[in-house]
Design a protein around this ligand. Structure first.
Ligand code: ZN
Ligand code: ZN
Length: 321
């Protein structure tokens, strides 16, 4: 696995591993997992670095130009827990590295059977093999997939049962991106990891892509009065653009069960008729919260209620959201 930030990061990783992780592993009788534990230490440190940097950059901006001010920020605390779980374990990356050997094995079997495995880098030799070009291509493919997975999270009742937890935050902040049902995350991350591996993405490229995408997603959810201007709003998802996706009665209703589904590039919403470029910063949440539907305040209750909605989603006819 590659190290992104540099030599000082490698030193910190080695030091944490030698002083804490390795002795702990030996004490628990897990000396056969040293390599995985070393990669895990890197993911953990990458998560710490990401959270510290995002907090240092986004929190002052939120204080400077907030959309809303709340006397009581208790509802935000649970989102901090979600962020710590996800970014410190770097969920998506853990899934990718768990699936990597399986896909390798599968590719080997397919090759033996005479199938050629696909690699996006080989599309246009000399051009797509340039690392930066290949990275942009992977980014576009995965972002396109991200748009459609998000459409399906709203389209299918059972999946909305899980994803609605993400929409149930009335106090959006830099922490809200990871407020997701764990099952929803596993499902989404497995799909992305499979796609990334099937198009030949290398671990280093995937790490960079996930860290970059997740950081921009944290910005989208910040309590921040920020749009990217007439042209910029069409090029990159802004906090203003994504807030419309969380708007009560708009971000999860209508002909397409919502609007502004894009993860990074609004072009997909423009192409498929789901963009809403209205001005303003609407209140966020889900319509039925206004009539008292409970999505839970604490982590476990939110997870439990999500499972109940999942089961209901399988058994109920489409309802008004
Ligand atoms: Zn959504
Ligand atoms: Zn969101």
């Amino acid at each position: 696995m590659m190290s992104l930030p540099g030599a000082w990061f490698d030193a910190a990783q080695a030091s944490l591993f030698e002083s804490l992780v390795e002795p702990l592993l030996f004490a628990l009788g897990g000396s056969g997992y040293l390599e995985q534990a070393y990669s895990g230490t890197e993911l953990f440190l990458l998560g710490v670095l990401q959270i510290v940097l995002l907090y240092a950059m986004l929190r002052p901006l939120e204080a400077l130009a907030p959309v809303e001010r709340w006397a009581d920020r208790r509802a935000v605390r649970v989102d901090v827990i979600y962020t710590l779980i996800h970014r410190l374990g770097l969920f998506s990356l853990a899934v990718f590295f768990a699936l990597d050997p399986l896909i390798d094995e599968l590719a080997g079997v397919l090759r033996l059977e005479g199938f050629r495995t696909f690699n996006l880098d080989d599309l246009w030799p000399g051009v797509t093999s340039i690392p930066a070009v290949a990275f942009v291509l992977y980014l576009i493919v995965l972002d396109f997939a991200g748009y459609w997975v998000h459409r399906w999270q709203h389209r299918f009742d059972w999946w909305w049962g899980l994803h609605s937890l993400h929409h149930s935050q009335r106090q959006m902040t830099l922490w809200s991106d990871n407020r997701n049902h764990l099952l929803d995350d596993v499902l989404r991350d497995v799909l992305f990891a499979l796609l990334a591996l099937c198009i030949g993405m290398q671990p280093g490229q995937f790490v960079l892509l996930i860290v970059m995408t997740r950081s921009i997603e944290s910005l989208h959810h910040a309590n921040l009065r920020l749009g990217f201007g007439r042209v910029g709003e069409l090029l990159l998802v802004s906090p203003h653009f994504h807030r419309r996706h969380h708007a009560i009665g708009e971000g999860h209703e209508g002909a397409h069960q919502g609007c502004n589904f894009a993860v990074l590039f609004p072009i997909w919403d423009l192409m498929f008729g789901t963009a809403s470029l209205k001005a303003g910063y609407p209140a966020t949440g889900i319509r039925d919260q206004l009539s008292g539907r409970d999505y839970g305040d604490g982590f476990w209750r939110q997870q439990g209620l999500g499972l109940v909605r999942l089961v209901q989603g399988f058994s109920m006819v489409r309802r008004m959201r």
